[in-house]
Design a protein around this ligand. Sequence first.
Ligand code: FES
Length: 188
Amino acid sequence: MATDIERYGTCVTIGGGVGTAIAYPVTRALTEAGNEVISIIGGRSREYVVLEDELREVAHEVYPCTDDGSYGYDGFVTGKLQELIDEGRHIDYVLAVGPVPMMRAVAEVTRPHGIPTVASLTPIMVDGTGMCGGCRVEVGGETKFACVDGPEFDAHLVDFTLLERRNRAYEWWENWRMREMSEAGEPA
Ligand code: FES
């Protein structure tokens, strides 16, 4: 389903790693809809922070963050989000997309403040048509298929523990194949 773009007021879009590529068009659309948009983007270190220049053209404020402090805010995107809340910034809407632990952490930062928060989920998808069930997620106790019902859901209702477990379903085979490729000298 398409992202719900409305005039919310002040929005924060949060992208972790390659999730920033998804946060970018949403940021642009939210700005075009008349919102004030703050973008927080993170990565392990400077080289993993992407699309900063592009976001600066479409967001009102952009805060790059790095886990190792090599660039921008020294810490996780959630630390920067918490800082904005502690400064008394009024926030009407948050969108988070990136690694599951990051989206879970964003939901826990906004929950006590009742800030509507959407997570763009990244389960393993196979057919993308709602037939295979590969992208099954639990939201508010109900089973949803991210490919047809999402991928965006109320982050305060998502069962992130289950999502994390399901995303590791093929880990053994992935590791085995990576080892095989590395032994054969194939590029990963
Ligand atoms: S990817 Fe198969 S049901 Fe969603």
